[in-house]
Design a protein around this ligand. Structure first.
Ligand code: MG
Length: 250
């Protein structure tokens, strides 16, 4: 049953104002937080999530290269990279958000370093949180699973074994530019991998790249697609949902 927000006669009207805020301490008029019903099981989408992939089909996902419907394989509740079909992205546009993604590295272990179970979760199609099979697979540190690729190694390597489902929970804050075209605030990411904190409010130095130094020379919008990478390895994804972050006015 849907819960209805309840306006309670609680709080105060005679307390001091919180510095920098229109609200008093314990303000009676301060709006109640919206009610969100958590998912029924750990990782299941809460009531206000936008489900980007529910395991049924790739409706809402297109090829980055061609704009045609995404050609990755869907079976048994997951999607799998089909080598050579290229990166795919959502038609949905997302900016500041909480993102949940589950992935599994190929059971059959092939290759080494960046050649093993490589894919990536690109916020706004630009900011890559690396996906790699890093179970007993050394690679360069800033390319480890949980890395902000090419910039920040994860705080820990919290990999599960190949074939096991792994979980990303990501908080992404998009960068902002001023009217003068100058960067006002950079992108920031907090990332949990399998429940382990691997990035804490980390500042991205710009859209991530391979063998390049990132920068914010090119302003972009406040929203973009979620992109998943075809790095030729048959990595699987499932249960992808997002909750846009809407900040309360102070
Ligand atoms: Mg990658």
């Amino acid at each position: 049953m849907e819960q209805k927000p309840v306006v309670l006669n609680v709080g105060y009207t005679d307390t001091p104002f919180i510095p920098g805020s229109q609200w008093r301490v314990h303000d009676a008029a301060r709006p109640q937080p919206p009610l969100v019903t958590p998912g029924g099981a750990a990782g299941a989408p809460p009531s206000d999530a936008i489900v980007l992939f529910d395991g049924q089909d790739l409706v809402g996902w297109v090829s980055v290269k061609t704009g045609e419907p995404a050609a990755w394989k869907v079976e048994n509740g997951y999607m799998e990279v089909v080598k050579g079909t290229g990166n795919i992205k959502t038609t949905a546009q997302v900016g500041d958000c909480q993102l949940h993604v589950e992935f599994a590295s190929p059971v059959e272990v092939v290759g080494s370093s960046q050649g093993r179970g490589n894919s990536g979760v690109f916020l706004m199609g630009l900011y890559e949180v690396q996906v790699l099979d890093c179970y007993d697979n050394p690679t360069y540190s800033d390319g480890t699973v949980g890395a902000i690729y090419g910039q920040h190694p994860p705080l820990a390597n919290a990999s599960r074994k190949p074939g096991e489902w792994q979980v990303y929970d990501i908080v992404f804050i998009a960068p902002r530019w001023g009217a003068d075209g100058k960067l006002a605030s950079p992108a920031r990411l907090t990332v949990f991998l399998n429940g382990v904190l691997v990035q804490h409010d980390r500042v991205s130095q710009g859209p991530t790249g391979h063998k390049t130094v990132s920068n914010y020379d090119t302003p972009h919008g406040s929203e973009g697609p979620l992109m998943l990478q075809d790095h030729t390895n048959p990595v699987r994804f499932r249960n992808i949902w997002v909750r846009p972050i809407v900040e309360e006015a102070e």
